[in-house]
Design a protein around this ligand. Structure first.
Ligand code: SAM
Ligand code: GLN
Length: 272
């Protein structure tokens, strides 16, 4: 059977062609471009079963990124694996806002709480290193996560880009308690989905503790602002679309919208 024929058969079952190309490339151990160039070639017999298996797996809702083992974020490719949350496009906005604040206030020490795959922390570190003005600041990036697998993956991603980030296992800012006073900006995309929310099928394959933020989805924020004195610091966090008003009331911060026009970013500026 030709690659084109298998892809067409699965397109009819609802698998997008672009995804099918990436899955074939994964099985062959080649780039997607190879599959494009050889689309009308016969699929070698020994690969056929694996291709079909991956196509079927994907049709169950198992995320493409977990199968491929990679994800795009802020123009770069990062490793991703089951057990760690797949980065979302909204989070690119969180990184952008953080960079704007780092630039504006010449901030030096950045803490990312709940690093997951490390994309926020690593992107900030890389952007700060590559930018002429920002590199002069000597920005240092720290990160924590309660998930051991996430910390290991974040370290692997930092190595992929040869960038120094200090990632430690632990909750909130606890692993960097002794450095708390010197931290200038706290960035986080915490779990914020309300308990009991019905998730789309893809999300069921993701770590639930990375998504659910307790009864009202606000547990992380409440605990963070209760535990830590944030005077003199800037806190930028991603939030759920219906949490803006409550979080403004809780923190006195401001809320910005994402591309879809939904409340998404909480900014608490205690620097004045
Ligand atoms: N920053 C990554 C991203 O944007 O793709 C992952 C975000 S995911 C929504 C939330 C992450 O926070 C998960 O990796 C989870 O393990 C971690 N986490 C949850 N509660 C935490 C806590 N109290 N302290 C540190 N990390 C926490
Ligand atoms: N925006 C994510 C979703 O897909 C939730 C991420 C989070 O809880 N931080 O629902």
């Amino acid at each position: 059977m030709k690659f084109s024929q298998i892809v067409q058969a699965y397109k009819d079952k609802g698998l997008p062609e672009r995804e099918a190309l990436l899955l074939i490339a994964k099985v062959l151990g080649k780039k997607k471009e190879y599959v494009i160039a050889h689309f009308y070639d016969e699929c070698p017999e020994e690969f056929l079963e694996s291709v079909i298996t991956l196509f079927e797996k994907r049709l169950t809702g198992y995320p493409l990124q977990y199968i491929i083992g990679e994800v795009e974020f802020y123009g770069r490719t990062f490793y991703i694996e089951e057990g760690v949350l797949i980065p979302r496009w909204e989070t690119e906005g969180l990184v952008e806002l953080s960079l704007e604040y780092i630039r504006k206030y010449k901030l030096r020490k950045v803490l990312d709480i709940g690093v997951g795959s490390g994309v926020i922390a690593i992107t900030i570190a890389l952007e700060c290193t590559n930018d002429k003005e920002l590199s002069a600041l000597g920005v240092e990036v720290f990160g924590t996560d309660v998930n051991e697998k996430a910390i290991a993956l974040a370290r692997k991603n930092a190595m992929r880009y040869s960038i120094k980030c200090d990632f430690r296992l632990g909750e909130y800012a606890e692993p960097f308690k002794d450095d708390w006073d010197s931290i200038d900006i706290i960035v986080s995309n915490p779990p914020y989905v309300r308990k009991g929310t019905q998730l789309q099928k893809e999300l069921e394959f993701e770590p639930q503790e990375a998504l659910f933020g307790g009864e009202d989805g606000l547990e992380f924020y409440k605990e963070f602002f209760k535990r830590y004195e944030t005077s003199g610091k800037i806190v930028i966090m991603e939030i759920g679309e219906d949490q803006g008003e409550k979080l403004k009331a809780l923190t006195g911060g401001e809320v910005l919208k994402d591309l879809a026009g939904k409340d998404r970013y909480l900014i608490v500026n205690k620097r004045g």
